[in-house]
Design a protein around this ligand. Structure first.
Ligand SMILES: Cc1cc2nc3c(=O)[nH]c(=O)nc-3n(C[C@H](O)[C@H](O)[C@H](O)COP(=O)(O)OP(=O)(O)OC[C@H]3O[C@@H](n4cnc5c(N)ncnc54)[C@H](O)[C@@H]3O)c2cc1C
Length: 415
């Protein structure tokens, strides 16, 4: 591991990426009193992007959010979370015959205020609350370089900024990682997915049976197709919740919905990537309806009412094995170091866990309790352990639900 020449008490921290992990870290550092922090985000604003809709929040993810957010933001999180608690995963075949499904222990039990799923856009707004002076939108990071003990970050607009610690929270296609570990790429699992959103009222109108309405439902068809349905029923809609709990904080109008993910191995899909990724939302919805034409009509109704403008294609990828970076003051966090397929519902939760753990490490180094090298090494050791477990679990579920992924058993057991 390289040793920085000094800077054992980092004071200026730059975070590249204002996604879930980067913003949680910024909140945590603010709460810990580390004031000189800037987040650079390439998006022009906080408005949502094509990055999914609903997020499952695990017990660890909820604990991390409560550790880093100020009390007012925590209240808002609880008030806007999914009202219908998951009663485990329900699995069916395409005729709606129940199948075996793995179950997950939730130590929170059925606590009425637990946060076990949230709307992603709402979470991002909550994570941004109070960070107006910290987050710079519309700044795309391009590269970094060393300047003595410090790191200079460069941006596409020609600007630059200097810091003691640069945090790579720039997601699965991390530009920071491209410089640190050009060899370190997420593996394409060969699975292609179509992500969409259907207003809940329309799905129910189309015949979604009562037994499926409030559960995480996984349907595996005999022809290797998979459909996952996840409800998002706001306990309170974000706008009225904010009016009461944080007046002035802006939210878009929101309605209850189902997030659906249709996935299939590309060999079964039979379309080349250029064709698949060029399809419009309408074409993707029609593709799902076509491929599921023999399925139970109650299941197909959800896609018949999916919003084409909220439908887009995805490739499932995973980083294997998860490895620490050999740097002290360029530090990875979240998908930048551990991309995992969404099948486990833990990628964001793992990024949140990283945020809390890295926040503690940087805070102890800033206070002179540990050297920066020790603090970052401790964080990376811990992170590699739980991120490896999370990736392995996500891959196993991908294998169970998809039947076919481009990773063999040997690789999986080493993950
Ligand atoms: C369909 C789907 C469903 C999912 N469901 C779940 C779930 O239920 N639960 C769960 O825990 N996880 C889930 N995940 C995974 C989760 O979305 C990710 O693991 C999580 O978003 C990772 O957080 P992050 O902060 O590392 O990266 P991101 O949230 O991707 O944030 C990265 C940020 O960096 C910015 N950025 C990128 N490049 C640059 C640059 N050059 N300069 C400046 N900014 C840059 C991006 O704009 C972005 O805002 C799901 C993923 C998908 C695709």
């Amino acid at each position: 591991m390289d040793t920085p020449r000094g800077q054992d008490r980092p004071s200026r921290i730059i975070i590249i990426g204002g996604g879930i992990g980067g913003l949680a870290l910024a909140q945590g550092l603010k709460r810990a009193g580390l004031g000189d922090v800037t987040v650079y985000e390439r998006d022009e604003s906080a408005a949502g992007r094509m990055q999914g809709y609903r997020l499952r929040i695990s017990p660890e993810g909820e604990r991390a959010l409560r550790d880093c957010l100020p009390p007012r933001a925590q209240d808002l999180l609880t008030a806007t979370a999914n009202e219908r608690h998951e009663q485990g995963l329900a699995a069916y075949d395409e005729r709606l015959e129940p199948q075996w499904a793995p179950q997950f222990d939730d130590p929170r039990g059925d606590a009425p205020d637990k946060v076990d799923a949230v709307d992603r856009v709402t979470l991002r707004r909550i994570l941004l609350a109070g960070l107006d002076d910290v987050v710079r939108f519309g700044r795309r990071f391009t590269r970094w370089e060393r300047a003595g003990d410090r790191i200079v970050a460069h941006f596409a607009d020609g600007g630059s900024d200097t810091c003691d610690v640069l945090v790579a929270a720039d997601g699965a296609n991390s530009q920071v990682r491209a410089q640190v570990r050009p060899d370190y790429r997420a593996v394409d699992l060969g699975v292609r997915a179509i992500l969409s959103r259907t207003p809940r009222a329309k799905a129910i109108e189309a015949g979604l049976p009562e037994t499926l309405r409030d559960r995480f439902v996984n349907v595996t068809g005999s022809n290797g197709l998979r459909l996952a349905l996840m409800p998002m029923v706001f306990r309170t809609e974000p706008r009225p919740a904010a009016e009461k709990l944080w007046p002035g904080l802006e939210f878009d109008a929101a309605e209850d919905y189902y997030m659906s993910v249709f996935s299939v191995h590309r060999d079964i899909l039979g379309l080349d990537d250029d064709t698949f990724f060029a399809m419009t939302g309408r074409e993707l919805c029609d593709l799902v309806l076509d491929r599921t034409s023999g399925w139970h009509p109650d299941l197909r109704g959800v896609f018949a009412h999916a919003e084409p403008e909220e439908t887009y294609p995805l490739a499932l990828r995973a980083t294997m094995p998860v490895e620490p970076w050999d740097t002290v003051n360029v530090v990875p966090l979240g998908d930048a170091v551990h991309t995992m397929p969404p099948t486990g519902g833990v990628g964001a939760n793992t990024a949140l866990r990283d945020a809390v753990s890295l926040c503690r490490a940087l805070t102890s180094a800033a206070r002179g309790e540990r050297s920066l090298a020790d603090a970052v090494a401790g964080y990376q050791r811990e992170m590699v352990g739980y991120a490896t477990e999370a990736t392995e679990m996500s891959l196993k579920i991908a294998k169970w639900s998809m039947r076919k992924i481009d990773i063999n058993e040997t690789n999986l057991s080493q993950a």
